[in-house]
Write a protein that binds this ligand. Structure first.
Ligand code: SAH
Ligand code: SF4
Ligand code: F3S
Length: 435
């Protein structure tokens, strides 16, 4: 039997789809296939912005015909969108052909839900309000070699006023350092070369034995082997000197910090409930660069937050320059039902939002281009991760997060490769192998 998984959203979801794949295999779905050949289709959804939801709605809707033709086909929808208040019922009504709906807190139950569904006709909806346990006993089926994601914590307590994540992912729960380190260590032994520690806000990691994130990072970086480490995401309010010291101590921690700033205006940051100021943010990255001069900073930015003025938007534009971001994920504010910001007065028109996002993207891209152009002539080390069929070249990421493309006779996937950079385009570099 075949399975097909469609994943939306963040790395957390991509990683959880690796666990879904493991559960499906256990239930006898051996091969991954396209939708047409699949015997089970699982949607792992996201609800961070409206377009993420619409995208999933469109793709689920298209399956109606397939389901009619193929009676034994099971269609399951899980993830953040299903966990939203009232959404599971809504999905059931909108798409009566769905078989299973499951939330973010009961992914590990999917196997049982499939068994139950095989025995009954009626659709199954299974949701849990929250969860306490941090181990689900599911060993993910990873397809990301030589990279691997490892969850260190679940949930979020921050309640940024625009964000739905705390509502659909529950309160923060940290895995024990023993569990995290055992997983990292076995991945290194299996030959994985880049481990990314994952959490909505890794800096608020707090294990039951009192271990905080810098200590966990220190212990992971002290493991033996040929590998490098990344972590995401960090919240500026929890940034610490100790974290910088640990990054400095271990050169195998990539010289890139993803530190979402969201806005360059103090008034907007206040409304967003981010709990830091522009100045504090800039001080943090200045401190980081004082200690680790070649560390690049990447970020997330939202434009068109309720009541954001043109002047305040310009403060975001000027911050992009001042903070010297290597790149940024840029978003148009999307109201999410149930969040504080969705109920605020002064929602910004689509026209103004479009204008601002275009200007922001242009500013960010110009900066990325300029910074990449400076790499031409230098030697950069990348971890080769794949072959790009279109470009007919191998590709790999450098520690700062740039993609490097190159030609190679032998297959270098999983190897650290040094490239003499001959050209650049956006965040991509092109080079030749060198020793
Ligand atoms: N936990 C991480 C990532 C959260 S989601 C963090 O706090 O940084 C990733 C990004 O989506 C956020 O950083 C934010 O920029 C964006 N985002 C979240 N909610 C949004 C909304 N309602 N509209 C637009 N962008 C949003
Ligand atoms: Fe959302 Fe803020 Fe939590 Fe990030 S820190 S997941 S933006 S509430
Ligand atoms: Fe991630 Fe989207 Fe959920 S960004 S945590 S999958 S709402």
């Amino acid at each position: 039997m075949n399975y097909h998984i469609e994943t939306y959203g963040c790395q957390m979801n991509l990683h959880e789809s690796e666990k879904i794949a493991a559960i499906l295999k256990e239930k006898g779905y051996e091969r991954e296939s396209g939708t047409e050949e699949a015997d089970i289709i699982v949607f792992n959804t996201c609800c961070i912005r409206e377009n993420a939801e619409n995208h999933a709605f469109g793709n689920i809707g298209r399956l109606k015909k397939l389901k009619r033709q193929k009676k034994h086909l099971i269609i399951a929808v899980g993830g953040c969108m299903v966990q939203e208040s009232g959404k599971a019922e809504y999905l059931k009504q909108k798409f009566p052909f769905l078989d299973i709906l499951f939330g973010t807190h009961n992914l590990s139950e999917l196997g049982e839900l499939i068994e139950r569904k095989r025995a009954q006709k009626k659709a199954i909806v299974s949701l849990k309000e929250d969860r306490e346990e941090t181990e689900d006993g599911v060993v993910p089926v990873r397809k990301s070699y030589p990279n691997a994601w490892v969850n260190i914590m679940y949930g979020c307590n921050n309640f940024c006023s625009y964000c739905i994540v705390p509502y659909v992912r529950g309160r923060e729960r940290s895995r024990s350092p023993q569990d995290v380190l055992a997983e990292v260590s076995s991945l290194i032994k299996e030959g994985y070369k880049e481990i990314t520690l994952l959490g909505q806000n890794v800096n608020s990691y707090r294990a039951e034995d009192g271990t905080r994130f810098p200590q966990l990072l220190d212990r992971a970086a002290s493991l033996e082997g040929d590998f490098r480490l990344r972590f995401m995401t960090s919240h500026p309010k929890d940034f610490s000197e100790e974290l910088v010291a640990i990054m400095k101590k271990h050169t195998r921690i990539c010289r890139q910090l993803h530190l979402p700033v969201q806005s360059g205006s103090d008034r907007v940051l206040g409304l967003m409930n981010r709990r830091y100021t522009r100045e504090k943010y800039l001080q943090e990255i200045a401190q980081l660069r004082r200690e680790i001069p070649d560390c690049e900073v990447t970020t997330d930015i939202i434009v068109g937050f309720p009541t954001e003025t043109e002047e305040e938007f310009k403060e975001t534009l000027s911050l992009v320059k001042e903070a010297d971001f290597l790149s940024a994920f840029t978003f148009v504010y999307s109201p999410r039902t149930g969040t504080k910001a969705a109920a605020m007065e002064g929602q910004i028109s689509e026209e103004v939002q479009k204008d601002r996002i275009m200007r922001l993207v242009e500013a960010v891209n110009a900066q990325t281009r300029e910074k990449s152009a400076r790499c031409v002539g230098t030697v950069v080390e990348v971890l080769c991760e794949d072959f790009d069929e279109k470009k007919q070249m191998y590709l790999g990421r450098d520690e700062h997060g740039r993609m490097g493309y190159f030609a190679s006779g032998e297959n270098p996937v999983g190897k650290f490769v040094r490239l003499k950079i001959t050209g650049a385009n956006g965040i991509s570099l092109f080079g030749e192998r060198t020793e």
